[in-house]
Design a protein around this ligand. Sequence first.
Ligand SMILES: [Zn+2]
Length: 308
Amino acid sequence: MHVYSDPRMLAHDPGPEHPEGPWRLAAVRGALAGVAGLTLQDHLRFATRDELLTVHTPAYVDHVLALRGRAGALDHETPLSEQSVDAALLAAAAGIDLATDLVLGRTRRGLALVRPPGHHASADHGCGYCVFNNVALAAQASLRLGLTRVAILDWDVHHGNGSEDIFAERDDVLVVSMHQSQLFPEGRGRAADRGVGAGLGYTLNVPMPPGSDGMAYLGAFDGEVAPAVRAFAPELVLISCGFDAHRLDAMSEVALTEEDFGALTARAVALAEESACGRVGMFLEGGYAVEALGPSVQACLRALAGEG
Ligand SMILES: [Zn+2]
């Protein structure tokens, strides 16, 4: 199993009061110690402008690149320090390289421990702590390498609006988002939102009521998500894994445990074994409870390794 990270992403500093602080990545990186069988790629490259253009608009990419080395902000929730754009370029490259390694058969499981996160970033704007859409760049890279069907499973507690928007009109990427109903972004992630045009039926939103626990999540996964993924028969399964649905995380009223994240991951792995040669790439999205992050990522690693 390959893990993609880089200590330079710790230098993205949105400020002492901001929930998406460097300590998050430090916590998940610390959880790697003592886990056997990992190949850690801990020095990433910067994504190129052309690579970013596979998902994002030229105007947006150039807007972000102009902020490289400068403090600024994409919006009031997404402040940037001098090193933030570099970190975003490393996170984007992690996604592309993870997808490339999976498609070329260099590994069957990949985990991108990156920040800033990506799933709220749309083609033409970043928001919600996200700059570039790392998982969307990975999906697009795998399609450019010849795959024809990629599934993105997003169980960050917030709706994956950026990923949905990027692929809403497409039938080659199935985007599934399980999230707390009506949390963020406002008005997004309704069950009735199922894609647009040729993409109709290739977006699946599974809003979960506040208070949902692991039994509710696993029931919804088995009842709604798994049949949709099976029908789509993806050649690659990508996961936007936020840990902000953890019961200790103050961002939501969902109450998952680290064991639940492991169980969700094990189900995703089983689906990938059916149609995708077992290829799974997982991305760190949100997760803001320091005591939940390490155990949760370890549970996911065990499940990715087939021990879940
Ligand atoms: Zn989130």
